[in-house]
Unconditional design. Structure first.
Ligand SMILES: Cc1ncc(COP(=O)(O)O)c(C=O)c1O
Length: 450
């Protein structure tokens, strides 16, 4: 099968055993075993929001390990779990204080889907089994999460065994559905959702899952103003749970702690992972409305989901330390204000490059989309593997970025995600913009010469 998804060149390098060997990291910099230095411009896949080897997070982990690594959730609660739960509830507000802790994004999405199904069953609405999701979105690699994801190559080997789901159009101002003006995009897509709910029958629909700012499958695509508000209205009207997947865009990455805060909208269920624990220890969570927990508690005693490592004590200690630092150092506010400067630096360094079609995003979550023709927005021939070439050129120059492909239709399209740690200084953002621009120019020259 042809690999056409994100980081396909990196997957191939993994298979060939050709990746550099990581040795250590400090702040924004990572060093491999040969001593080569890389500036981390994407925090892995938008994870390392505090950079590497933060001494306070390391210390919090050590202190927890010196006491106990893990108290099993059916035997104990812990200070670390309580602190992290209180921190998340305070950051979310609006009744989002029920939490199932897990070990990553896919488990968070899996938990969110199960909470939605259990909630409907508990209310006597067990006919509500169907999820609606959007095209060009990614929710994870477990079977449930994959079933609501539209990522052609990642789904292909599993087709036939996935849960049936409905897909509505992606909501992308740079690539709106044919015949839809950008000004009408939010309303058009909201109506499409409502039409699908009515087509299925509202009593059959459990939830609508979407990424408020789409990451890996589209190359950072925020929805237009009013879209989320209209989706909220439609979901409420039809008793469909609104599930915001904030695994990549949440936990402060977009300059608000919840990405949907930007839109003034509160979901019923929300998933978080990457920036929550900043990659120090695997950690994720499904966060949901207190009123949903009350229903689950009354009917079943609580949520019927979770795993051996749910609320792992040391993972919670790491997450609590990360969130303490994010709050104390006002890093979300910093991301919000510096995000504008970062975009300006990128626009400046990439100026004059005809192949740059779109630079978009929020806070420290930026996508740069490359096109073969700026006027028609036609993508490059996938065989040229432009984004993979940019990723390789960046690595050669000591820059780590997240190159994706297939963002246009699952097969065509080249984009690169830049998601630096929240602690990046203006000088480091400028370094990232300059080296990224050199890498893109070198990759385009390579293609021209081929
Ligand atoms: C929006 C979103 N949801 C879910 C996931 C799955 O998370 P994980 O890879 O931690 O399982 C990802 C991963 O990239 C993601 O971007």
């Amino acid at each position: 099968m042809k690999k056409d998804d994100d980081n396909s060149w990196a997957s191939a390098m993994v298979t060939k055993g050709a990746l550099p060997r990581v040795a250590w990291g400090q702040g924004l910099y990572v060093y491999d075993s040969t001593g080569k230095r890389y500036i981390d411009a994407s925090g892995g896949p938008a994870v390392y929001c505090l950079g590497h080897s933060h001494p306070e997070v390391n210390e919090a982990i050590k202190q927890q390990l010196d006491k106990i690594a893990h108290g099993y959730r059916y035997s104990f609660t812990s200070d670390a779990q309580d602190e992290l739960s209180a921190s998340i509830a305070a950051s979310c507000g609006h009744g989002l204080d029920a939490i199932v802790f897990v070990s990553g994004g896919s488990e968070a999405v899996e938990s969110a889907l199960k909470i939605a199904l259990q909630y409907h069953s508990a209310r006597g609405a067990q006919s509500r089994r169907r999820f609606i999701a959007r095209r060009r979105s990614w929710h994870g690699n477990t079977l449930g999460a994959l079933s609501v994801s539209d990522f052609v190559s990642r789904r292909a080997p599993f087709e036939g065994a996935l849960i049936e789901a409905s897909f509505v159009s992606s909501v992308n101002a740079y690539r709106p559905p044919a015949g839809v003006a950008v000004a009408d995009l939010a309303e058009h897509c909201a109506r499409e959702l409502e039409t699908e709910i009515l087509r299925l029958g509202a009593d059959k629909v459990a939830g609508f899952i979407f990424e408020p700012v789409v990451g890996a499958a589209s190359g950072v695509v925020p929805a237009p103003p009013d879209y989320a508000r209209r989706v909220r209205e439609i979901c409420t009207r039809h008793g469909v749970l609104m599930i915001a997947d904030e695994v990549m865009c949440g936990s402060g990455r977009c300059g608000t702690w919840r990405a949907l805060e930007h839109d003034g909208v509160v979901p019923d269920i929300m998933t978080i992972a990457k920036g929550l624990g900043a990659g120090y220890i695997p950690l994720g969570a499904a966060v949901y409305q207190h009123s949903i927990l009350e229903t689950l508690a009354k009917h079943d005693g609580g949520p019927l989901t979770g795993h051996t490592f749910t609320a792992h004590t040391t993972a919670c200690a790491a997450g609590a330390a990360v969130q303490r630092i994010v709050k104390r150092d006002q890093l979300v506010e910093r991301v919000r204000s510096e995000g504008e400067s970062f975009q300006a630096l990128l626009r400046d360094s990439l100026s004059g490059l005809e192949a740059v079609g779109d630079i978009r995003g929020r806070g420290f979550f930026i996508g740069v989309e490359f096109v073969a023709d700026r006027a028609t927005r036609a993508p490059f021939d996938p065989a040229l593997q432009l984004s993979a070439r940019i990723g390789r050129q960046a690595v050669e120059r000591g820059l780590l970025c997240y190159a994706i492909s297939g963002n246009v239709d699952g097969t065509r399209g080249d984009a690169v995600i830049l998601a630096p740690p929240y602690i990046a200084t203006r000088a480091q953002l400028a370094e990232i913009a300059a080296v990224f621009s050199d890498s893109a120019r070198a990759a385009l020259a390579e293609i021209k010469a081929a």
